[in-house]
Design a protein around this ligand. Structure first.
Ligand code: AGP
Length: 606
C-alpha cells in the first residue's frame, strides 16, 4: 500500500530518568538543542506523583520556558515535531497518550501500516484525538498491557507490529522506567554518573546536543534494539527476541562550545567560519587507512559514490578529482536513484557513501541494496556512532564537529577534502595531496577575515531583492554551482539554479535578461578560458555578472570576489564565499538560516 507522507515526521526526541527531580526542565532545555531537527510544534510528558502530565503546542520550543515544568519529577520525555505535509496542530503534536493518560509516547519516523492498526483499535473501542500515525502506539501498548503488567514487554510486542522506520520513547504510570526502541531512526543514550559505579541518571535522545551539557559518556542503540532504564541501571535488548545486548560506554570528543552558537548569531555562520579548522581536521587522517581505501578502489569492479543533497555535490566534485588527479573512473549517483543502479553491482563492487548526519534514509537504502549484492561499503561521515557509520564495513570520519545549521557547510568541505586525499592516494601521491590541502587551509585562513565577510554582506545587499539567481561553473566548479544553488535556495528561498557553463547555450540562457545576477565560479584550470567566455555570453545579454575566482576577468565580471588559486582544491575555496552569500541573503530577507521552512537537518524518511 502506498503510504502517504501526510503523517510522516522527522523530529527531535529526548527523555530523562534518574535521581534528579527536575526532569521536566531537563528535557525542555535539551529539546532546545534539538530544535534544528524540527520546529513545527513541541510537547513534554512528565511523571508527577504517579500521574503523567502532558503539555504541548504548535510553535517553537525556543519560545517555551522551562519554568512551566517545575513540578518535581524524575521521569520525562519530550519532542519537537517537523511534519512533512500538513497537520501542524496542537492535537498532532507529540507526546501522544492512550485515553486514560497512563501511557505517553514520542516518535520519530513513519509507521507505514498505522491505518490497519488504527482500524483494529477503533473496532476495540479506542478513541483517537489526532490524525497522526504515532497515536496508535500508546493504544497498542495499552492493549498489550491487558495481558501482562510488564511495560517493557508490552512496548516490545507493540513495536513488533509496526512496519517502517521509527524511534520511540515511552513511559507508563505503572512503572518508573523510560523505554526506547529504534528501527531506522536515530537514538543514543547519555550516561550521567555520580561516581564511576553509580549512575545519576540516563538520557535518551535523537542526537548528542540534547544532553551534551550533562555528559559526554554515551552508549549506542543499534537498529532493531530497545532500551529499558529506571535511572539506576539500563538494559539493552534485541527488539525481536528480548535477548540482552551488553553495551560499552564511549566518551565522545565534542565539547559544549562546539555544540552551541557562541559569539555567532546563527550556527550557519559559525560553521562556515569553522572551516578554518574543520578542513584541517578532515585532512588529518591515518595515511595507512587512506592507502588501504585507495587499494580497495583500485581492485574493485566498479566504485560507486552515493549521497544526498550537499553530500552528493561533494561526490560530484570527487568524480573530477578521481578523473583529473588519479585518472580513475568512479560512478556518482544520488542516493535516492541508487535503486536503479543495482544491476551494475557485483560482490567485487565498492559503494562509498557520504553523509554528514550518518542517518539519511536514502543513503541507508543504498547500503541495503549494495549489501544485497554482496558489495563492500565504505562510509565517510561526520557523526561517529551514526547508523551509517555502524552499517558500513569501514568508516572515515571528517571530524568537522557538530553541524547544527540545516544548511550543510563545513561538512561539504570536509567531505571533499577526504575524497581528494583518496584520489591522491590512488595516484600514489598522498603526501602531495595532503600538502596541497594544508596549503589551501592556510589560504582559507587568510581569506576568512571580517573584511572579506563584510564585502560579501554588501554584495548580498545589492541582489537580495532579486527573485532569480543563476550560478555557472565548469569541471569541479560545476558541482559547486549546483551546491551554491542549494545553499541559496534552502536558506533565502530565492529561486537559484546552477548550470554547467557549457550548457547555457543549450537552453538556460533564454532566462537571462537585464540585471539578472549570475555568479561565475572560476579557477586557473583547464577550463578557465571557457568559463570566462560563458561569462561574456551572460554579460552580452544584460546579466549582472559576479565572478568568484583567483583572477579578475575584465570586462566579463561586474563584481569580483577574489579567492586563492588553490589548484585541484579550487572547489573548496570557491564554495565558501557562496555559503556566506547565501547566509546574508537569508538574514537580509528576514529568514532564519538555521531553521529554513520545510527542511530538516537529517532526512530520516525516504
Ligand atoms: C544541505 O544543505 C541540505 N541540508 C541537505 O541537502 C543535506 O545535505 C542532505 O539531506 C544530506 O544530509 P547528510 O549529509 O546528513 O546525509
Amino acid at each position: 500500500m502506498y503510504f502517504s507522507l501526510e503523517y510522516a515526521n522527522m523530529c527531535g526526541i529526548f527523555g530523562y530518568v534518574g535521581k534528579r527531580a527536575d526532569a521536566g526542565c531537563i528535557v525542555v532545555r535539551g529539546l532546545k538543542n534539538l530544535e534544528y531537527r524540527g520546529y513545527d510544534s513541541w510537547g513534554v510528558a512528565y511523571q508527577v506523583n504517579g500521574s503523567i502530565l502532558v503539555k504541548k503546542d504548535v510553535g517553537r520550543i525556543s519560545a517555551v520556558s522551562a519554568d512551566l515544568f517545575s513540578n518535581a519529577s524524575n521521569l520525562a520525555l519530550a519532542h519537537t515535531r517537523w511534519a512533512t505535509h500538513g497537520g501542524v496542530t496542537q492535537l498532532n503534536a507529540h507526546p501522544h497518550t492512550n485515553e486514560d493518560g497512563t501511557v505517553a509516547v514520542v516518535h520519530n519516523g513513519i509507521i507505514e501500516n498505522f491505518q490497519e492498526l488504527k482500524e483494529d483499535l477503533l473496532k476495540r473501542g479506542h478513541l483517537f484525538l489526532s490524525e497522526t500515525d504515532t497515536e496508535v502506539i500508546p493504544h497498542l501498548i495499552e492493549e498489550e498491557l491487558r495481558s501482562s503488567d510488564d511495560f517493557a514487554l508490552a512496548v516490545r510486542k507493540a513495536c513488533m507490529r509496526f512496519q517502517g522506520r521509527f524511534a520511540i520513547l515511552a513511559m507508563h504510570t505503572g512503572s518508573q522506567t523510560l523505554v526506547a526502541a529504534r528501527t531506522g531512526s536515530p537514538l543514543i543514550v547519555g550516561v550521567s554518573k555520580e561516581t564511576a559505579d553509580h549512575p545519576q541518571g540516563y538520557f535518551i535522545a535523537s542526537d548528542i546536543p540534547a544532553f551534551i551539557e550533562h555528559t559526554r559518556l554515551v552508549q549506542y542503540i543499534d537498529d532493531g534494539e530497545m532500551v529499558v532504564t529506571d535511572g539506576n541501571s539500563i538494559l539493552f535488548m534485541d527488539l525481536k527476541t528480548g535477548e540482552e545486548r551488553p553495551k560499552r560506554e564511549v566518551e565522545i570528543q565534542w565539547t559544549i562550545e562546539q555544540a552551541q552558537k557562541g559569539k555567532y548569531a546563527h550556527y550557519m555562520l559559525k560553521e562556515i567560519m569553522e572551516q578554518k579548522e574543520s578542513i584541517a581536521r578532515a585532512i588529518n587522517q591515518e595515511e595507512e587507512e587512506i592507502e588501504t581505501i585507495a587499494k580497495a578502489i583500485r581492485s574493485a569492479r566498479g566504485t560507486f559514490l552515493a549521497a544526498s543533497g550537499t553530500a552528493h555535490k561533494a561526490c560530484m566534485a570527487a568524480e573530477y578529482f578521481f578523473s583529473v588527479i588519479a585518472e580513475h573512473h568512479v560512478n556518482v549517483v544520488s542516493a535516492c536513484e541508487f535503486k536503479l543502479y543495482h544491476h551494475f553491482l557485483k560482490p567485487e563492487s565498492l559503494l562509498i557513501v557520504v553523509s554528514q548526519s550518518g542517518e539519511t534514509a536514502d543513503v541507508l537504502e543504498a547500503i541495503k541494496i549494495a549489501r544485497s549484492k554482496g558489495s563492500k561499503v565504505l562510509a565517510i561521515v561526520n557523526v561517529q556512532g551514526s547508523t551509517i557509520d555502524r552499517e558500513a564495513d569501514y568508516t572515515l570520519y571528517i571530524n568537522a564537529g557538530p553541524e547544527r545549521g540545516v544548511a550543510s557547510t563545513k561538512a561539504l568541505t570536509g567531505q571533499m577534502a577526504v575524497l581528494m586525499l583518496i584520489a591522491y592516494a590512488l595516484k600514489g601521491a598522498l603526501r602531495e595531496g595532503k600538502q596541497l590541502l594544508l596549503d589551501t587551509v592556510a589560504q582559507i585562513n587568510d581569506m576568512l577575515n571580517p573584511r572579506y565577510v563584510e564585502r560579501i554582506e554588501h554584495l548580498a545587499e545589492k541582489i537580495r531583492q532579486k527573485n532569480d539567481l543563476y550560478i555557472i561553473g565548469r569541471g569541479w566548479n560545476y558541482p559547486m554551482a549546483l551546491e551554491s544553488a542549494i545553499k541559496i535556495k534552502e536558506v533565502s528561498y530565492i529561486h537559484a539554479e546552477g548550470f554547467a557553463g557549457g550548457e547555457l547555450k543549450h537552453g538556460p540562457i533564454a532566462l537571462i535578461e537585464e540585471g539578472v545576477p549570475c555568479v561565475v565560479l572560476a579557477g586557473n584550470d583547464e577550463v578557465a578560458v571557457d568559463i570566462v567566455s560563458n561569462a561574456l555570453e551572460l554579460k552580452a545579454r544584460g546579466a549582472y555578472v559576479i565572478g568568484v575566482g583567483p583572477a579578475r576577468r575584465r570586462p566579463a565580471f561586474d563584481e569580483w570576489i577574489k579567492v586563492p588559486d588553490a589548484g585541484a582544491a579550487q572547489p573548496l575555496v570557491n564554495i565558501i564565499p557562496m555559503q556566506i552569500l547565501a547566509y546574508f541573503l537569508a538574514v537580509q530577507r528576514g529568514k532564519d538560516p538555521d531553521m529554513p521552512r520545510n527542511l530538516a537537518k537529517s532526512v530520516t524518511v525516504k
